[in-house]
Design a protein around this ligand. Structure first.
Ligand code: ADP
Ligand code: MG
Length: 256
């Protein structure tokens, strides 16, 4: 059975997508069978993995929107140029999911149900989420075993944290009792500033799962790689950002 991680933070720009793509790619390069689920209508994980819009016939929307005779999950999944790494793509269609699902039965279990048939085909599933705590993010939390929270090392990093933890607690209480918080990933870390260390300190104190030792430094290679349709760990495996994501992989999955 796949171990499923939801990568969540309702703030935008904290490196959710960068973390999903690179952690997923490292896991795949280490020999795991990995699926990235793009649950953000922006489709950044999809394009960052080199999938062009024209190649996408069906997207996540077609799996979770209530309809008869939609595609099967394995008809939606696409391979990427990285061996062992597949993606369940998102397109802007997904932006309509919230509205279409609003009155649907078991509307928060759609993603979990959609992934059931392929649980045995993958070792690791990583779900990238939108910067919101809306229905799609709830679906991601309902489908996941664990939550990873990327946290940008900046002054307002903790803002919104209590709201996020409240939503996670609600999902645990109502629909997914075995959900746990794996921990926070410190991103865009600059060791030269006191601020980064303050955020790290606060993270260690405030997160139920603590923070991972591996901190992802600010590194332009991580930002460049998506425009080449490649994970940074493939595009430039020697850059500091890639090294950090390899360390993070061993920490997150050491017991997997
Ligand atoms: P989110 O998915 O949370 O919105 P992204 O992963 O898209 O965040 O990252 C936001 C922006 O910051 C992107 O342009 C990304 O390339 C860039 N970025 C992410 N992590 C780093 C990093 N460690 N160093 C430099 N740029 C980064
Ligand atoms: Mg994103």
């Amino acid at each position: 059975m796949a171990e499923c991680y939801a990568v969540v933070n309702q703030k935008g720009g904290v490196a959710k997508t960068t973390t999903v793509v690179n952690l997923g790619a490292v896991a795949a390069l280490e020999g795991n069978s990995v699926l990235v689920v793009d649950a953000d209508a922006q489709g950044n994980a999809t394009s960052g993995l080199g999938i062009e819009r024209e190649e996408i016939e069906h997207c996540l929307y077609d799996l979770i929107a209530p309809s008869d005779g939609g595609p099967a999950v394995d008809e939606v999944i696409l391979p990427t140029s990285t061996p062992n790494l597949d993606v369940l793509p998102a397109t802007l269609d997904l932006a309509g999911a919230q509205m279409v699902l609003a009155n649907a039965i078991a509307r928060d279990m759609r993603l979990r149900r959609a992934l059931e048939p392929i649980q045995k085909a993958y070792d690791i599933i990583l779900i990238d989420t939108a910067p919101s705590l809306g229905l799609l993010t709830i679906n991601a939390l309902a489908a996941a075993d664990k939550v990873l929270i990327p946290m940008q090392c900046e002054y307002y990093a903790m803002e919104g944290l209590s709201q996020l933890l409240k939503i996670i607690a609600m999902v645990q209480a109502e629909i997914n009792p075995s959900l746990t918080i794996a921990g926070a990933v410190l991103t865009m870390y600059d060791a030269r500033t006191n601020l980064a260390e303050d955020v790290a300190q606060e993270g260690r104190m405030n997160f139920p799962g603590g923070t991972f030792q591996a901190k992802v430094p600010r590194n332009v290679r991580l930002a460049e790689a998506p425009s080449h349709g490649l994970p940074a760990v493939v595009y430039d495996k020697h850059c500091p950002g890639s090294a950090a994501y390899r360390r993070l992989y061993w920490e997150v999955f050491e017991d997997a």
